[in-house]
Design a protein around this ligand. Structure first.
Ligand SMILES: [Zn+2]
Ligand SMILES: [Zn+2]
Length: 303
């Protein structure tokens, strides 16, 4: 038993065997496109940016995270699927893989198997982890074990297989209707901004801020991450009560995603909205094993 555990840990800590170059190229392409934003500004493009930022960021925070991953509230399927589409348009992968990766994070937060612990460095947690192949979260035979609920749903499986195509279709519509300004602001810049809002939860909210609860990992409550990530920066609260629809638990911990969930409840579209119950969730004490930083042979690029 001990041998198996040791083997798993050393396997997880081994330097990455290969890179997912399509992810590297895709994320670089989105960032390069965003650099054109100052040269393509129009007020209508700015409006499209704001609307799509809210829609797709909420697609991640409200749908992918609080609904699909943690089932912190319930909605009928005819509401779940359009919300999932909003999440897919954030271009962070299909719902099944996203949810699986995040459930792995909760199961092993700041342990060797955690896909994006900042114990390997800020940039690793922020975006470096996205590029190397990680068998636990990239091998379908392994990651589907964390998502039996979604894997059973044929619509979610269809979304998983087609997730990037929806963004290509959106890009086509934006370009046809509003030309290059709408394409750049509505897709490239907006996706970049939502990316970093999400990524800061993994990096900054596991490094800086206060801890209201002892959860035996490094999650923090961070007000400025909460502002840019639609309430997800109250991350220590979230690790303490993963199934709570509310992440902000004090009166000053503003959580706009929870406000949106309450609105869905008011409209009778969401039910069984869960709040903290019982004592905070705690992982076992970490083993006396530190994560060694991984040197990434990434091409140098700046953000
Ligand atoms: Zn976390
Ligand atoms: Zn979570």
């Amino acid at each position: 038993m001990a041998q198996t555990a040791t083997a798993t840990i050393s396997e997880t800590l081994a330097p990455p065997a290969s890179f997912k170059w399509e992810i590297v190229a895709g994320i670089a392409f989105i960032h390069l496109g965003a650099l054109l934003a100052p040269f393509t500004f129009t007020w209508s493009a700015f409006g499209v940016f704001v609307v799509l930022q809210v829609v797709t960021a909420m697609g991640i925070t409200l749908c992918y995270h609080r609904l699909l991953t943690h089932r912190s509230f319930q909605v009928p399927k005819w509401v779940e699927y359009p919300l999932t589409l909003c999440g897919m348009l954030a271009l962070q992968g299909g719902p099944i893989k996203w949810v699986s990766t995040h459930r792995v994070h909760h199961a092993f937060a700041d342990r060797p198997q955690d896909p994006h612990s900042p114990l390997r460095g800020f940039w690793w947690a922020h975006m470096g982890w996205l590029f190397p192949y990680d068998d636990l979260i990239d091998n379908p035979a392994k990651y589907v074990k964390f998502v039996p609920d979604l894997q059973r749903d044929p619509v979610q499986r269809f979304f998983e297989q087609t997730n990037s195509l929806w963004t290509v279709a959106l890009g086509g519509v934006l370009f046809v209707v509003g030309g290059l300004p709408w394409l750049i602001w509505g897709l490239f810049l907006r996706t970049t901004v939502v990316y970093h809002g999400t990524w800061l939860v993994n990096s900054a909210s596991h490094l800086w801020g206060y801890q209201s609860y002892n959860t035996n990992e490094g999650s923090r409550n961070n007000w400025w991450v909460a502002l840019v990530s639609f309430g997800e920066g109250w991350h220590n609260n979230h690790h303490a009560f993963p199934h709570s629809a509310a992440h902000g638990l004090r009166w000053w911990e503003f959580d706009i995603t929870y406000a949106a969930i309450r609105l869905l409840g008011f409209l009778r579209l969401a039910s069984r909205i869960r709040l903290p119950q019982g004592g905070p969730a705690k992982l076992p004490e970490p083993r006396p094993l530190s994560l060694r930083p991984i040197k990434l042979p990434l091409p140098s690029f700046s953000l």
